[in-house]
Design a binder for this molecule. Structure first.
Ligand code: GLC
Length: 589
C-alpha cells in the first residue's frame, strides 16, 4: 500500500529565504541539551515514609546521566502544606521536611555539578500558600502592609468583586474574615494570588530568586506566570457555565502589559546570570513569540502545549475533544514552524499535569513498546529542547481507578464534580479522570517489579499503577530492545558529534503531509548539507514511502535491524514502514 498519494512530490521548502533569520539566532549553552522533569514526591523514597525525597534523587543521578540527561527540573520542593502538591509554597527559603534538608539540596547541586548536570527549581510566584507568613500577616491586619502583597478587594453589593471562576473550580474570590473584602485566588483558595503591582512584593521575589541562583541553580521552570498581571478593575465577564461564573482566564486574555513584569523580573534576576528559564505559558497573545523566546526574550523557552490545547474541552474534561492524529500532527508542525528562526520551544509529550503520552497519543493497537518507541522517535528529533517526564523513558501509562476517592489531585476532584453536574454518569465521569487526571503522571516511579515497584519500603502516598510488574526500570535495563534502551539510543544519537549540529539547529521541514498516517519531517543543516528524515507510521497498515533523495544511512529504527532496512531501501528506493514503525534516516541533500 502506497500511503503517499503524489509520489512525484518534491521537497520544495523555502528555507533559503528565512534561513538567514535562523542563522542569526544566537547560540545558547542549553540549545543542545536534553531535560528531564522529576516529580519529587513520586520519584524515589529513601526513608520509607512513602514520599519521594532528595536522597532518592541523588541516588539516581547516575541513572539519569546514563540516559543522557543534562538538565533536571524539580517540581516544587519548598515547604508547603501540599494542597496543590507543593505548588502552594509557605516558605520559599525552606526545603519541605518530607523531601529532606537544605544540606541535602546542596549535596544534590554538588553531585549534579560533578556530573556536568544542571538543576532547575520550580518557581511558583503567581501565588503562594495561605500558610505563608505574608498571608498570615495580611489576615491579621487586612488594612496593613502585607495585605498589599495580595489582592484584597472590596466586595460589590455584598458579593464577590467579580464573577471569576478559579482554575480549580468555584469562585476565585474568598472572603477575608471579619471584613467586607475578598482575596483573589486563581487556583485553590489556599493559593492566594500575589500582587505584582506592589514593588515591595516584587523585590521580595527577586531577592529570593537571586538567593537560589547564587547557590548554583542553573535556572527555573516558571509556573503559571502569564497570570501575574491583573486588571485591577476586575471586570466581570459573560458567564460561560451553569454556575453563572466566567473563567478567570478571560481576564488574563484581555489584560495588557504582562511583558513589563517579565522584563523587570529578568533584569533583576536571571538576566544577570547565564541562567535557563522555561516558562509555563498558556494564552500568549498572537505574534508575541519573539518577545517571549526570541534572542532577547523574556524567557529562554516556553513549553509547547499545542497538543494539550488541541483536545481541551470548552467546559472541562467531560467535553474534551477526541484526539485525531492528523490534527495533532498539524498543530505540532505549525508550532515547529512558528518557532523556527525565532527560538526554541520546550517539547513535551507529558508532564505532571498531563496524562501519559503512551496512553494519550497512541491508538489502541499502538499501546505497546513498539508504539511507545515510535512516539519517542517522533518527539526526540523535533526542533527545540526535549523535556522527558519521569517514567516516560520506560513507557509508563495512565492508571485506572475504580472510585473517585482513589484520586488525590485537587483538579481531578473538581473535574469529576463538574462532569457529574453536567449530567454525566459516574462511569463516564470516572472515564474522564482516567483519560485526563493529573494523577496519571503522579503515580510512583516504577523502578522494579518488587514491593511497591521499589519506590518505597513504606506505604506509597499515592497508589501505584498496577502495571509496574510489567513496566519497570530494572526489567528494561536488562533488555537491549526495551523502551529505556531505545530512549538511550535516541538521546545518544541526538547528542552524537556527527549529528548534534543538524539535530539541534537543522531546519525543520515537514514531509509527506498528504498522508493521514505518517508523521514525518526533515532536519536540514544549511551549511554542510546534512539532511535527516524522521518518519513514523501511526497507521494500522504497512506503508511504503518513496525516497526522494538517495539514502545514505538508516540511523535508527524501532523495528528490525538498521542495516537490513538500509540494504532493502537502497535497492528499492523506498522505505517500508510497518504499522508503528519509526525511523531516522540520513539522506543526500
Ligand atoms: C501549574 C502547575 C500545576 C499547578 C498550577 C498552580 O499549572 O504545573 O501543577 O497546579 O500551576 O500552581
Amino acid at each position: 500500500q502506497m500511503c503517499i498519494r503524489d509520489s512525484s512530490y518534491i521537497i520544495t521548502v523555502s528555507y533559503k529565504n528565512d534561513n538567514k533569520e535562523q542563522m542569526e539566532m544566537k547560540r545558547k549553552w542549553w540549545h543542545d541539551k536534553v531535560a528531564y522533569q522529576i516529580y519529587p514526591k513520586s520519584f524515589l523514597d529513601s526513608d520509607g515514609d512513602g514520599i519521594g525525597d532528595l536522597r532518592g534523587i541523588i541516588s539516581k543521578l547516575d541513572y539519569l546521566k546514563d540516559l543522557g540527561i543534562d538538565i533536571i527540573w524539580l517540581s516544587p520542593i519548598y515547604q508547603s502544606p501540599f494542597v496543590d502538591q507543593g505548588y502552594d509554597i509557605s516558605d520559599y527559603y525552606k526545603i519541605a521536611e518530607e523531601f529532606g534538608t537544605m544540606e541535602e539540596f546542596d549535596e544534590l547541586l554538588a553531585e549534579a555539578k560533578k556530573r556536568e548536570m544542571f538543576i532547575l527549581m520550580d518557581l511558583v510566584v503567581n501565588h503562594c500558600s495561605d500558610k505563608h507568613e505574608w498571608f498570615q500577616k495580611a489576615l491579621e491586619d487586612p488594612e496593613g502592609e502585607y495585605a498589599q502583597y495580595f489582592h484584597f478587594v472590596q466586595g460589590k453589593d455584598g458579593k464577590e468583586p467579580s464573577n471569576y471562576r478559579s482554575y480549580f473550580g468555584g469562585s476565585a474570590w474568598e472572603k477575608v474574615p471579619g471584613t467586607e473584602k475578598y482575596y483573589l485566588h486563581m487556583f485553590a483558595k489556599e493559593q492566594p494570588d500575589l500582587n505584582w503591582e506592589n514593588p515591595k512584593l516584587r523585590d521580595e521575589i527577586y531577592k529570593m530568586m537571586n538567593w537560589w541562583l547564587d547557590k548554583g541553580l542553573a535556572g527555573f521552570r516558571i509556573d503559571a506566570i502569564i497570570n501575574i498581571k491583573k486588571d485591577l478593575s476586575f471586570p466581570s465577564f459573560e458567564p460561560d457555565g451553569t454556575d453563572g461564573l466566567a473563567s478567570c482566564v478571560k481576564m488574563v486574555e484581555e489584560v495588557q502589559g504582562v511583558g513589563e513584569y517579565f522584563e523587570d523580573m529578568k533584569a533583576h534576576t536571571y538576566g544577570k546570570y547565564d541562567a535557563f528559564t522555561v516558562a509555563e505559558v498558556f494564552n500568549m497573545k498572537q505574534d508575541e513569540l519573539p518577545e517571549f523566546i526570541g534572542d532577547n526574550g523574556h524567557f529562554s523557552t516556553i513549553f509547547d502545549f499545542s497538543a494539550h490545547e488541541l483536545v481541551q474541552g470548552s467546559h472541562g474534561w467531560y467535553d474534551s475533544r477526541p484526539f485525531v492524529f492528523t490534527d495533532w500532527r498539524d498543530v505540532i508542525f505549525a508550532s515547529q514552524k512558528e518557532a523556527q528562526g525565532i527560538g526554541f520551544k520546550a517539547n513535551i509529550i507529558e508532564n505532571h499535569d498531563e496524562p501519559r503520552g503512551a496512553s494519550r497519543f497512541l491508538p489502541e493497537y499502538a499501546q505497546n513498546e513498539t508504539g511507545v518507541k515510535m512516539l519517542a522517535t517522533t518527539f526526540m528529533f523535533l526542533y527545540g529542547i526535549p523535556f522527558i517526564y519521569q517514567g516516560q523513558e520506560i513507557g509508563m501509562t495512565n492508571c485506572r481507578r475504580s472510585d473517585i476517592s482513589q484520586y488525590d489531585d485537587i483538579s481531578t476532584k473538581d473535574q469529576y464534580r463538574e462532569a457529574l453536574q453536567a449530567g454525566c454518569t459516574r462511569e463516564k465521569a470516572l472515564e474522564c479522570c482516567y483519560e485526563n487526571s493529573r494523577d496519571n503522571a503522579r503515580t510512583p516511579m516504577q523502578w522494579n517489579g518488587g514491593k511497591n515497584a521499589g519506590f518505597t519500603s513504606g506505604t506509597p502516598w499515592l497508589a501505584l499503577n498496577s502495571d509496574y510488574r510489567k513496566i519497570n526500570v530494572e526489567e528494561q535495563e536488562k533488555r537491549d530492545d526495551s523502551v529505556l534502551s531505545y530512549y538511550r539510543k535516541l538521546i545518544a544519537l541526538k547528542k552524537s558529534s556527527e549529528f548534534k549540529e543538524v539535530l539541534t539547529y537543522g531546519r525543520f521541514v515537514p514531509e509527506y503531509e498528504d498522508s493521514d498516517s505518517i508523521f514525518a519531517y526533515h532536519r536540514i543543516r544549511e551549511d554542510g548539507g546534512q539532511n535527516i528524515l524522521v518518519a513514523a507510521n501511526y497507521g494500522k497498515e504497512t506503508c511504503e514511502i518513496p525516497l526522494k533523495r538517495e539514502l545514505i544511512k538508516v540511523l535508527i529504527s524501532n523495528i528490525g535491524e538498521e542495516d537490513v532496512i538500509e540494504r532493502e531501501a537502497k535497492k528499492s528506493g523506498k522505505i517500508k514502514l510497518n504499522s508503528c514503525q519509526a525511523v531516522a534516516l540520513e539522506i543526500k541533500e
